[in-house]
Unconditional design. Structure first.
Length: 76
């Protein structure tokens, strides 16, 4: 897998963070679902340990962002 995949993934995660910061829970959740699907695809095609570890880090981050979106929904 190329680093370009992780660069794009990083940009998408930043978009989610920006949406959460602007309290746009619906769009943040939609983007999170999209990024989660992309991450699953990367996971399906990765074989190197280094790539799998990086994917795992993103999975943890996405789970934390999902919790933040859930709490944001409770505040609205």
């Amino acid at each position: 897998m190329e680093n370009n995949k992780f660069i794009e993934l990083n940009k998408s995660v930043q978009e989610i963070i920006d949406l959460i910061a602007s309290k746009n829970a619906k769009e943040a959740n939609n983007k999170l679902v999209e990024v989660s699907d992309d991450l699953d695809d990367l996971l399906d095609h990765s074989e190197e340990d280094e790539e799998l570890m990086e994917i795992s880090r993103y999975q943890v981050l996405l789970n934390q962002l999902q919790q933040k979106i859930i709490s944001l929904n409770g505040q609205l």
